[in-house]
Design a protein around this ligand. Sequence first.
Ligand SMILES: Nc1ncnc2c1ncn2[C@@H]1O[C@H](COP(=O)(O)OP(=O)(O)OP(=O)(O)O)[C@@H](O)[C@H]1O
Ligand SMILES: [Mg+2]
Length: 275
Amino acid sequence: MAAVGTDAAKVPKLELDNLSVVYRGRAGTLIEAVRDMSLQIADKPGHGEVVVFLGPSGCGKSSILRTVAGLQPATRGEVRLDGVRVDGPSRDRGMVFQQYTSFPWRTVIQNVEYGLEIAGVPARQRRERAMDVIGKVGLTEFAHQLPKSLSGGMKQRVAIARTLVNKPRVLLLDEPFGALDPFVRWEMQSLVLEISRRDDSTILFITHDVEEAVYVADTIFVLSPRPATILHRVDVPFFQSRDPKLKASNEFRDVERRVLDMMYASQAPKAGKDG
Ligand SMILES: Nc1ncnc2c1ncn2[C@@H]1O[C@H](COP(=O)(O)OP(=O)(O)OP(=O)(O)O)[C@@H](O)[C@H]1O
Ligand SMILES: [Mg+2]
Protein backbone atom coordinates (compact mmCIF):
# COMPACT_ATOMS: atom_id res chain seq x y z
CA MET A 1 0.00 0.00 0.00
CA ALA A 2 1.12 3.55 -0.67
CA ALA A 3 0.93 4.51 2.98
CA VAL A 4 3.76 2.17 4.05
CA GLY A 5 6.64 4.11 5.51
CA THR A 6 4.73 7.34 5.81
CA ASP A 7 3.56 8.95 9.02
CA ALA A 8 0.00 8.11 8.08
CA ALA A 9 0.80 4.44 8.54
CA LYS A 10 1.81 5.08 12.13
CA VAL A 11 -1.35 6.82 13.28
CA PRO A 12 -2.94 4.44 15.78
CA LYS A 13 -6.48 3.38 15.09
CA LEU A 14 -7.51 4.42 18.56
CA GLU A 15 -5.64 6.50 21.06
CA LEU A 16 -6.37 7.66 24.58
CA ASP A 17 -4.09 10.58 25.34
CA ASN A 18 -3.89 11.43 29.04
CA LEU A 19 -7.61 10.94 29.38
CA SER A 20 -9.23 12.00 32.64
CA VAL A 21 -12.93 11.90 33.42
CA VAL A 22 -14.19 13.72 36.48
CA TYR A 23 -17.88 14.00 37.40
CA ARG A 24 -19.41 16.69 39.52
CA GLY A 25 -21.60 15.05 42.13
CA ARG A 26 -24.70 16.47 43.76
CA ALA A 27 -23.22 18.73 46.41
CA GLY A 28 -20.50 19.85 44.03
CA THR A 29 -18.22 17.00 45.11
CA LEU A 30 -15.87 15.79 42.40
CA ILE A 31 -15.81 12.11 41.48
CA GLU A 32 -12.71 11.15 39.59
CA ALA A 33 -13.52 8.13 37.42
CA VAL A 34 -10.53 7.97 35.03
CA ARG A 35 -7.08 9.39 35.69
CA ASP A 36 -4.48 10.29 33.05
CA MET A 37 -5.05 7.24 30.94
CA SER A 38 -2.96 6.80 27.82
CA LEU A 39 -3.01 3.87 25.43
CA GLN A 40 -2.70 3.17 21.75
CA ILE A 41 -4.34 0.52 19.66
CA ALA A 42 -2.62 0.04 16.33
CA ASP A 43 -4.57 -0.65 13.21
CA LYS A 44 -3.97 -4.17 12.03
CA PRO A 45 -5.21 -4.27 8.47
CA GLY A 46 -6.85 -7.54 7.53
CA HIS A 47 -7.86 -8.63 10.96
CA GLY A 48 -9.80 -7.18 13.82
CA GLU A 49 -8.71 -6.90 17.37
CA VAL A 50 -10.48 -7.36 20.68
CA VAL A 51 -9.28 -5.09 23.48
CA VAL A 52 -10.65 -5.86 26.92
CA PHE A 53 -10.85 -3.53 29.90
CA LEU A 54 -10.91 -5.62 33.03
CA GLY A 55 -11.41 -3.95 36.37
CA PRO A 56 -13.32 -3.99 39.63
CA SER A 57 -16.87 -2.75 39.89
CA GLY A 58 -17.21 1.02 39.86
CA CYS A 59 -13.60 1.63 38.80
CA GLY A 60 -14.48 3.71 35.76
CA LYS A 61 -14.81 1.20 32.92
CA SER A 62 -18.08 2.51 31.52
CA SER A 63 -16.73 6.05 31.77
CA ILE A 64 -13.88 5.09 29.43
CA LEU A 65 -16.23 3.55 26.88
CA ARG A 66 -18.72 6.39 27.05
CA THR A 67 -15.92 8.85 26.40
CA VAL A 68 -14.74 6.84 23.37
CA ALA A 69 -18.37 6.77 22.20
CA GLY A 70 -18.48 10.56 22.56
CA LEU A 71 -21.37 10.35 25.03
CA GLN A 72 -19.24 11.71 27.86
CA PRO A 73 -16.79 14.59 27.37
CA ALA A 74 -13.21 14.17 28.55
CA THR A 75 -12.37 16.40 31.48
CA ARG A 76 -8.71 16.47 30.46
CA GLY A 77 -6.86 14.83 27.60
CA GLU A 78 -8.58 13.34 24.60
CA VAL A 79 -9.58 10.31 22.56
CA ARG A 80 -8.53 10.09 18.92
CA LEU A 81 -9.88 7.74 16.29
CA ASP A 82 -7.63 7.50 13.24
CA GLY A 83 -5.90 10.61 14.53
CA VAL A 84 -9.10 12.65 14.74
CA ARG A 85 -10.26 13.94 18.10
CA VAL A 86 -13.57 12.50 19.30
CA ASP A 87 -15.97 15.27 20.26
CA GLY A 88 -19.39 13.67 20.10
CA PRO A 89 -21.25 10.50 19.19
CA SER A 90 -20.94 9.11 15.69
CA ARG A 91 -22.08 6.00 13.91
CA ASP A 92 -18.47 4.97 13.34
CA ARG A 93 -18.36 4.15 17.08
CA GLY A 94 -21.25 1.85 17.90
CA MET A 95 -22.01 1.05 21.51
CA VAL A 96 -23.88 -1.89 23.00
CA PHE A 97 -24.99 -1.36 26.59
CA GLN A 98 -25.33 -3.82 29.41
CA GLN A 99 -29.02 -3.11 29.65
CA TYR A 100 -30.81 -4.27 26.56
CA THR A 101 -32.00 -1.25 24.62
CA SER A 102 -34.36 -1.45 21.68
CA PHE A 103 -37.76 -0.26 20.62
CA PRO A 104 -40.29 -2.77 21.97
CA TRP A 105 -42.89 -1.85 19.36
CA ARG A 106 -40.54 -2.48 16.46
CA THR A 107 -39.76 -5.94 15.11
CA VAL A 108 -36.18 -7.22 15.03
CA ILE A 109 -35.63 -6.03 11.47
CA GLN A 110 -37.25 -2.66 12.15
CA ASN A 111 -34.96 -2.22 15.12
CA VAL A 112 -31.91 -3.11 13.06
CA GLU A 113 -32.98 -0.79 10.24
CA TYR A 114 -33.43 2.14 12.56
CA GLY A 115 -29.94 3.66 12.17
CA LEU A 116 -30.16 3.40 8.39
CA GLU A 117 -33.57 5.04 8.43
CA ILE A 118 -32.14 7.99 10.35
CA ALA A 119 -29.30 8.15 7.83
CA GLY A 120 -31.83 8.32 4.98
CA VAL A 121 -30.86 5.04 3.33
CA PRO A 122 -33.59 3.99 0.85
CA ALA A 123 -36.01 1.31 2.05
CA ARG A 124 -34.85 -1.52 -0.17
CA GLN A 125 -31.16 -1.12 0.62
CA ARG A 126 -32.03 -0.77 4.27
CA ARG A 127 -33.88 -4.04 4.26
CA GLU A 128 -31.06 -5.85 2.46
CA ARG A 129 -28.37 -4.59 4.79
CA ALA A 130 -30.46 -5.30 7.87
CA MET A 131 -31.23 -8.86 6.75
CA ASP A 132 -27.56 -9.46 6.03
CA VAL A 133 -26.52 -8.41 9.53
CA ILE A 134 -29.41 -10.29 11.13
CA GLY A 135 -28.13 -13.39 9.34
CA LYS A 136 -24.64 -12.80 10.73
CA VAL A 137 -25.91 -12.79 14.30
CA GLY A 138 -28.03 -15.87 13.62
CA LEU A 139 -31.51 -14.36 13.88
CA THR A 140 -32.85 -14.76 10.35
CA GLU A 141 -35.84 -16.80 11.50
CA PHE A 142 -36.76 -14.15 14.05
CA ALA A 143 -36.50 -11.07 11.86
CA HIS A 144 -40.19 -10.30 12.07
CA GLN A 145 -40.69 -11.00 15.77
CA LEU A 146 -41.00 -8.37 18.45
CA PRO A 147 -38.15 -8.19 21.00
CA LYS A 148 -40.40 -9.35 23.85
CA SER A 149 -40.67 -12.78 22.26
CA LEU A 150 -36.87 -13.26 22.30
CA SER A 151 -34.55 -14.67 24.95
CA GLY A 152 -31.95 -12.47 26.67
CA GLY A 153 -29.14 -13.73 24.43
CA MET A 154 -31.21 -13.12 21.33
CA LYS A 155 -32.03 -9.60 22.50
CA GLN A 156 -28.34 -8.84 22.85
CA ARG A 157 -27.82 -10.19 19.32
CA VAL A 158 -30.39 -7.65 18.14
CA ALA A 159 -28.51 -4.89 19.98
CA ILE A 160 -25.26 -6.00 18.34
CA ALA A 161 -26.93 -6.20 14.91
CA ARG A 162 -28.35 -2.70 15.33
CA THR A 163 -24.83 -1.44 15.85
CA LEU A 164 -23.14 -3.58 13.17
CA VAL A 165 -25.54 -2.42 10.46
CA ASN A 166 -23.91 1.02 10.66
CA LYS A 167 -20.52 -0.57 9.88
CA PRO A 168 -18.77 1.03 12.84
CA ARG A 169 -14.98 1.41 12.85
CA VAL A 170 -15.04 0.63 16.53
CA LEU A 171 -17.52 -1.53 18.37
CA LEU A 172 -17.95 -0.70 22.06
CA LEU A 173 -19.37 -3.47 24.22
CA ASP A 174 -20.06 -2.48 27.82
CA GLU A 175 -20.53 -5.74 29.73
CA PRO A 176 -23.05 -6.84 27.15
CA PHE A 177 -23.34 -10.40 28.44
CA GLY A 178 -23.51 -9.78 32.17
CA ALA A 179 -27.12 -10.85 32.49
CA LEU A 180 -26.83 -14.02 30.42
CA ASP A 181 -26.46 -17.55 31.70
CA PRO A 182 -23.04 -19.16 31.18
CA PHE A 183 -23.99 -21.26 28.19
CA VAL A 184 -25.48 -18.37 26.22
CA ARG A 185 -22.57 -16.27 27.32
CA TRP A 186 -20.12 -18.70 25.69
CA GLU A 187 -22.10 -18.52 22.47
CA MET A 188 -22.00 -14.75 22.57
CA GLN A 189 -18.25 -14.75 23.20
CA SER A 190 -17.85 -16.83 20.05
CA LEU A 191 -19.98 -14.32 18.17
CA VAL A 192 -17.65 -11.50 19.26
CA LEU A 193 -14.62 -13.45 18.04
CA GLU A 194 -16.37 -14.18 14.76
CA ILE A 195 -17.22 -10.51 14.23
CA SER A 196 -13.67 -9.42 14.96
CA ARG A 197 -12.26 -11.90 12.46
CA ARG A 198 -14.80 -11.29 9.74
CA ASP A 199 -15.26 -7.54 9.91
CA ASP A 200 -11.71 -6.37 10.56
CA SER A 201 -13.13 -4.24 13.34
CA THR A 202 -11.66 -3.07 16.61
CA ILE A 203 -13.79 -4.14 19.53
CA LEU A 204 -13.49 -2.60 22.98
CA PHE A 205 -15.02 -4.99 25.45
CA ILE A 206 -15.67 -4.47 29.14
CA THR A 207 -16.01 -7.28 31.60
CA HIS A 208 -15.08 -8.15 35.12
CA ASP A 209 -15.00 -11.84 34.27
CA VAL A 210 -11.37 -12.91 33.96
CA GLU A 211 -12.09 -16.08 31.99
CA GLU A 212 -14.21 -14.13 29.52
CA ALA A 213 -11.44 -11.54 29.18
CA VAL A 214 -8.74 -14.11 28.43
CA TYR A 215 -10.99 -15.98 26.02
CA VAL A 216 -11.95 -13.06 23.77
CA ALA A 217 -9.04 -10.64 24.14
CA ASP A 218 -6.00 -9.98 22.03
CA THR A 219 -5.02 -7.37 24.57
CA ILE A 220 -6.22 -6.94 28.14
CA PHE A 221 -5.86 -3.73 30.12
CA VAL A 222 -6.08 -4.51 33.82
CA LEU A 223 -7.43 -1.45 35.60
CA SER A 224 -7.00 -0.21 39.15
CA PRO A 225 -9.90 0.54 41.48
CA ARG A 226 -11.33 4.04 40.92
CA PRO A 227 -10.02 6.27 39.52
CA ALA A 228 -9.23 3.89 36.70
CA THR A 229 -5.59 3.79 35.67
CA ILE A 230 -3.87 1.08 33.66
CA LEU A 231 -2.03 -1.35 35.93
CA HIS A 232 -1.02 -3.91 33.34
CA ARG A 233 -1.25 -4.53 29.65
CA VAL A 234 -1.42 -8.22 28.82
CA ASP A 235 -0.95 -9.38 25.27
CA VAL A 236 -2.82 -12.64 25.18
CA PRO A 237 -0.99 -15.28 23.18
CA PHE A 238 -2.80 -16.01 19.98
CA PHE A 239 -4.63 -19.22 20.66
CA GLN A 240 -5.01 -20.97 17.32
CA SER A 241 -8.52 -22.11 17.87
CA ARG A 242 -10.51 -20.27 20.44
CA ASP A 243 -13.20 -22.74 21.22
CA PRO A 244 -14.70 -23.85 24.52
CA LYS A 245 -12.11 -26.67 24.79
CA LEU A 246 -9.36 -24.10 24.93
CA LYS A 247 -10.64 -22.92 28.31
CA ALA A 248 -9.66 -26.22 29.88
CA SER A 249 -6.09 -26.15 28.54
CA ASN A 250 -3.10 -25.46 30.77
CA GLU A 251 -1.93 -22.67 28.48
CA PHE A 252 -5.25 -20.87 28.93
CA ARG A 253 -5.42 -21.49 32.68
CA ASP A 254 -1.89 -20.09 33.08
CA VAL A 255 -2.84 -16.78 31.45
CA GLU A 256 -6.03 -16.67 33.48
CA ARG A 257 -4.15 -17.24 36.74
CA ARG A 258 -1.63 -14.54 35.88
CA VAL A 259 -4.39 -12.01 35.22
CA LEU A 260 -6.27 -13.02 38.38
CA ASP A 261 -3.11 -12.46 40.42
CA MET A 262 -2.78 -8.98 38.93
CA MET A 263 -6.33 -8.17 39.93
CA TYR A 264 -5.98 -9.51 43.46
CA ALA A 265 -2.73 -7.64 43.94
CA SER A 266 -4.37 -4.40 42.84
CA GLN A 267 -7.17 -4.76 45.37
CA ALA A 268 -5.19 -6.00 48.35
CA PRO A 269 -4.80 -3.42 51.13
CA LYS A 270 -1.55 -1.57 50.73
CA ALA A 271 1.09 -2.63 53.25
CA GLY A 272 2.30 0.69 54.53
CA LYS A 273 4.12 1.95 51.49
CA ASP A 274 2.78 3.21 48.25
CA GLY A 275 3.38 2.11 44.69
N1 LIG B 1 -22.98 10.66 35.42
C1 LIG B 1 -22.31 10.49 36.54
N2 LIG B 1 -22.32 11.43 37.52
C2 LIG B 1 -21.63 11.29 38.65
N3 LIG B 1 -20.86 10.22 38.93
C3 LIG B 1 -20.80 9.25 38.00
C4 LIG B 1 -21.52 9.31 36.77
N4 LIG B 1 -21.27 8.19 36.06
C5 LIG B 1 -20.44 7.46 36.80
N5 LIG B 1 -20.15 8.09 37.98
C6 LIG B 1 -19.25 7.59 39.03
O1 LIG B 1 -17.99 7.33 38.44
C7 LIG B 1 -17.43 6.14 38.97
C8 LIG B 1 -17.12 5.17 37.84
O2 LIG B 1 -18.34 4.77 37.23
P1 LIG B 1 -18.38 3.81 35.97
O3 LIG B 1 -19.79 3.60 35.62
O4 LIG B 1 -17.48 4.33 34.92
O5 LIG B 1 -17.72 2.48 36.60
P2 LIG B 1 -17.70 0.98 36.07
O6 LIG B 1 -16.31 0.47 36.23
O7 LIG B 1 -18.30 0.91 34.72
O8 LIG B 1 -18.66 0.26 37.14
P3 LIG B 1 -19.48 -1.12 36.99
O9 LIG B 1 -18.46 -2.22 37.02
O10 LIG B 1 -20.34 -1.14 38.20
O11 LIG B 1 -20.24 -1.06 35.72
C9 LIG B 1 -18.43 5.61 39.98
O12 LIG B 1 -18.02 6.03 41.26
C10 LIG B 1 -19.73 6.28 39.60
O13 LIG B 1 -20.53 6.49 40.73
MG1 LIG C 1 -20.00 -0.07 34.00
